[in-house]
Design a protein around this ligand. Structure first.
Ligand code: HBI
Ligand code: FE
Length: 288
């Protein structure tokens, strides 16, 4: 395992102990790299189209309107998208831009990019046999899952604040607790509004199985968003979530999370972590 891989694994925390797939040797110091459109074969574009068409069909009934609105502007049904093409629109909409990266990158690089409105997108696409599940984020997870909401002003602001909070959390030794906010909201967040219960998390919306599970199944625990509960809640990286947190609006997520979290870390310092499958009496249970 090369030193860089060990560093990424050690810092990202969320990854189990396996070598990363990307070729990190070609990335710059900030882990960005050129997206080589010639690197995608006809099979890769065909795989993108099948993944895209399957998820778009499901998103119509399972994703929040803000995600659908963002997706509509992207025009990426025909194959693996060219990030620079998307950037021309995205920069104009919310000042965000996509950068190609080899895969998961160390927290400090990740937070620094987000704090500067740069979203890291893994350039490679999964293999056929991984169509339903893969451990590391590929271009379909990062682009289809995360990019549509970067055109939504409140969510775009929230993602930049998260990057700034990440850098502050590193200085305070609180990255593990902060990373749960990203995990449970940016990756696996649900929203319940006049439309009903809908998904906005990228980890949900880029997965056929988890999109249906998160919205339709009676198995998971769904609770009202509570910042302290999220920061203390452990999570699973290799199965559907045991718990999903539900906001009523992105304003709620932004308002609750934009405050300086340092006092909250201190308040929670001696409160133990909560197991992923725990159901607490004070949980605001959301029924479907
Ligand atoms: N790197 N490329 C990439 N994408 C992520 O989503 C990502 C990452 N590194 C760290 C990370 N996410 C999370 O562990 C942070 O929220 C801490
Ligand atoms: Fe993600």
């Amino acid at each position: 395992m090369t030193p860089i891989t060990a560093r990424v694994l050690a810092s990202s925390g969320a990854m189990s102990d396996h070598a990363l797939r990307g070729d990190y040797s070609r990335a710059a110091a900030d882990f960005s790299m050129p997206q080589d459109m010639n690197a995608y074969s006809a099979e890769h574009h065909d795989l993108w189209r099948r993944l895209f068409n399957r998820q778009v069909a499901l998103a119509k009934t399972h994703a929040c309107q803000e995600f659908l609105d963002g997706l509509k502007d992207l025009d990426v049904a025909s194959g693996v998208p060219e990030f620079e093409q998307t950037n021309r629109t995205l920069r104009r909409q919310t000042g965000w831009e996509l950068i190609a990266v080899p895969g998961l990158i160390p927290n400090d690089a990740f937070f620094t990019h987000l704090a500067n409105r740069r979203f890291p997108v893994s350039w490679w696409i999964r293999e056929e046999k991984e169509i339903d599940y893969l451990v590391e984020p590929d271009v379909f997870h990062d682009f289809f899952g995360h990019v549509p909401l970067l055109s939504h002003p409140v969510f775009a602001d929230y993602m930049q604040v998260y990057g700034q909070q990440g850098l502050a959390a590193q200085a305070a030794g609180q990255v593990q607790r902060l990373s749960r906010l990203y995990w449970y909201m940016v990756e696996f967040g649900l929203i319940k509004n006049s439309q009903g219960l809908r998904a906005f998390g990228a980890g949900i919306l880029s997965s056929f199985g988890e999109t249906r599970f998160a919205i339709e199944s009676s198995i998971p625990h769904r609770v009202r968003f509570d910042l302290g509960r999220v920061l203390r809640s452990e999570y699973r990286i290799d199965s559907y979530q045991a718990i999903y947190f539900v906001v009523e609006s992105f304003d709620e997520l932004f308002d609750a999370s934009r405050a300086d979290l340092l006092p909250l870390y201190d308040e929670l310092r001696f409160r133990p972590d909560i197991p992923a499958d725990a159901r607490l009496p004070e949980d605001g249970v959301i029924t479907i």
